[in-house]
Every structure is written in structure tokens, then in C-alpha cells.
Design a protein around this ligand. Structure first.
Ligand code: SF4
Ligand code: SF4
Length: 335
């Protein structure tokens, strides 16, 4: 059994948990349908300088999966001829560790679309990758930096020793370049996610806390805080099982099920591309190897915006992570 198959087995028929599909049926939201693909999310590889405990990608320094230059070029071709897509969203792993990222950013920024890179920040302390700060500035890349918590101990617990202090130094450096500063045109958003087996708190309240603490203690500014629910996928799924929290966590997600969040789930407007050029409904489905519903939409070579706009989305019980409470997405809460 592959790693993805093992995870899907764990996510199937969970004691006391109604299948997500039935839940959607009872709120009359099944099948879950895409609306208009506007966001092209590219997972450029699984290599990362960190090995965070909550990582749904199971990324780390020893992963070898990496998008090739040829696959990046295919992405560019699609982006050039698809004006409906207004946002390019780059994720990983640590995207900076892909040797073709710099070239891709330079070409993609010329397309005039919104260009986002999700960075763990700490990578930008590394001499080899520090150059990306200027690359991001020069290409007006929007940065989404993960800082799991404004408490040092909680961030370090999830990311490793000194992770918090290193992130703070990078945030100060980014601020000095204009990132996160009013009217600079350089957007710096932060990501919060819970350090244990619980759902995130209220996004507005947490943003207020982050803003006050980071300003007062470290003179750091940022634009927006996104709160993400940890998905029961990858390393976080293993953590839930090892810590004996799996059933309680899944039941908590189900008890907070919010049909309003379903209306705005990110897969409705996103297509997700893997390092090897395959198409998925989202990065979580990608990690679970849940390809698209349509057998003719498998890789970038099959990209057809009309088909993708009209597709039914592949769902499973991990989708409770996107639809609990205020909901969760790459842009934070949904409801
Ligand atoms: S959560 Fe992000 S920074 Fe941490 S290991 Fe995964 S990809 Fe790397
Ligand atoms: S995990 Fe979330 S984004 Fe992915 S298919 Fe399910 S609801 Fe959509």
C-alpha cells in the first residue's frame, strides 16, 4: 500500500464520523462543484529546510521531488493563454529550494497577475537563498510567511529549535525592504496554525494579538493574518494517531461543520499542480493522490479551463478540515 492509500484507509469509515459526502448531501451541497478557476497553485517540490510536525506535505531536507524547468514552462504557457486565472500561488516544500524558481518568478511576474510565494521565512536566513528577498522585491511578489504562533515556545515546538527567533529576524529584514509596510506595494501576510490537536481561534482576534505582540516586542509589521486549520493529512495525521488524538480531533471538526464555509472552499476557484505536472483539486488532494474526477484531466497537457470550471470536486473526510468553524483555506478563514 502506498503512503497515500494508507492515509485514505485511515480517513475512511472513521468511528462516529459521518462521511463528508453524506454531510454535504444533508446540507444539499453535493456534488461539490467548481465555479471559475481563478487561482493556479503550483507545488514546486517537497524539499524543505524544515520538517515541521504539522506538515501535510511531509516535506523535509531529504525529499527529492522537484518541479523541472520543462514543467515550469508548461505552467507559463497555460498562464499566458488563460486570462481568467488572475493569481499564481507558489507553494512547496520550501519553494526557494527549487533551482528553477528564480527564472519562473521573473517570467511569471511579467504576466501582470497576482504572484504569491508561500515561504517558511527561515529559508531566507540561509546564505544560499537570501537572494530571494531581492528577487521577491524586484518582482513585487506577495509573500505569505508562516509563523505558527507569536509565542516562541509554540512555534519552536512545531518547527524546531530557534525557529521563532530566526523567523523574527527574517520578518525584520523583510520590513526593512518595505514588506508589510503601508503603501509600499509589498504585501507580507502571515499564517497561523494551531500547535496541538485543536481548531484555530477567531482570525480577527488572533490577528489583533499577532499585530500587537509583534509590533511591541519586535517592531514587526505585516498586512493580514491567515488562520489555517491543520488538515488530517501527512505528518499531522500521523501525529494525531501517535498522540491518540485522531478520533477526538475528527469529531471536533465534524461538530464544527459549517455549511457556509462549504460555499467558499478554495477548490471551487483553484487548480493545484504537483511537482510532476499533475492536476488536482487542491494541495491536500495532491498529497492523498486523489486525482481529478475527470479521467481526461490528469496532467498539464490536458489543461482545459472550460472543463475545469465545470468539474465536480473530489472530496473525502479530510475536507472537514476546510469546513469546520469559520472554515480554512490558503487565504485563511472562509465564513
Ligand atoms: S510545513 Fe512548510 S516549512 Fe514546515 S516542513 Fe512543511 S513545507 Fe516545510
Ligand atoms: S480538502 Fe478542502 S480544498 Fe481540498 S477538496 Fe476538500 S474541501 Fe476542497
Amino acid at each position: 500500500m502506498t503512503n497515500a492509500e494508507q492515509q485514505l484507509t485511515l480517513l475512511t469509515n472513521i468511528e462516529g464520523v459521518e462521511n463528508f459526502q453524506d454531510k454535504l448531501k444533508s446540507s444539499k451541497q453535493h456534488p461539490l462543484q467548481a465555479s471559475q478557476v481563478e487561482i493556479f497553485q503550483i507545488n514546486v517540490g517537497k524539499r524543505c529546510n524544515l520538517s515541521c510536525k504539522h506538515c501535510h506535505v511531509e516535506a523535509g531536507p531529504n525529499r527529492v521531488e522537484m518541479m523541472t524547468e520543462a514543467t515550469f514552462n508548461k505552467c507559463l504557457e497555460i498562464l499566458k493563454k488563460t486570462p481568467e486565472i488572475h493569481t499564481i500561488d507558489i507553494t512547496g516544500g520550501s519553494p526557494e529550494m527549487n533551482p528553477y524558481l528564480e527564472g519562473f518568478i521573473t517570467e511569471a511576474s511579467a504576466l501582470g497577475k497576482r504572484l504569491i510565494v508561500r515561504s517558511n521565512l527561515i529559508i531566507l536566513m540561509d546564505l544560499k537563498y537570501k537572494k530571494f528577498i531581492d528577487i521577491y522585491v524586484n518582482n513585487k511578489v506577495e509573500l505569505v510567511g508562516s509563523l505558527p504562533d507569536y509565542h516562541r515556545d509554540r512555534t519552536d515546538k512545531q518547527r524546531g529549535k530557534d525557529a521563532f527567533d530566526q523567523s523574527i529576524r527574517v520578518l525584520q529584514l523583510l520590513n526593512s525592504k518595505g514588506y508589510g509596510k503601508q503603501d509600499s506595494g509589498l504585501i507580507l501576510d502571515l499564517v497561523h496554525n494551531p500547535v496541538g490537536a485543536y481548531c484555530p481561534g477567531d482570525q480577527n482576534a488572533l490577528e489583533y494579538e499577532y499585530r500587537n505582540r509583534l509590533k511591541k516586542e519586535y517592531d514587526i509589521e505585516f498586512n493580514t493574518l491567515f488562520c489555517l486549520t491543520n488538515m488530517p493529512v501527512g505528518r499531522y495525521l500521523k501525529y494525531l494517531i501517535d498522540s491518540d488524538n485522531y478520533h477526538d480531533y475528527l469529531n471536533e471538526l465534524v461538530s464544527f461543520y459549517n455549511p457556509k464555509a462549504v460555499e467558499n472552499v478554495m477548490c471551487k476557484t483553484t487548480v493545484s499542480v504537483s511537482w510532476d505536472g499533475k492536476l488536482y483539486d487542491c494541495d491536500f488532494n495532491q498529497m492523498l493522490d486523489l486525482g481529478m474526477n475527470d479521467p481526461d484531466s490528469v496532467t498539464l497537457d490536458d489543461f482545459d479551463i472550460e472543463k475545469l470550471n465545470n468539474r465536480n470536486i473530489v472530496i473525502h473526510n479530510h475536507c472537514y478540515g476546510c469546513t469546520a468553524g469559520s472554515g480554512s483555506s490558503c487565504q485563511g478563514a472562509l465564513d
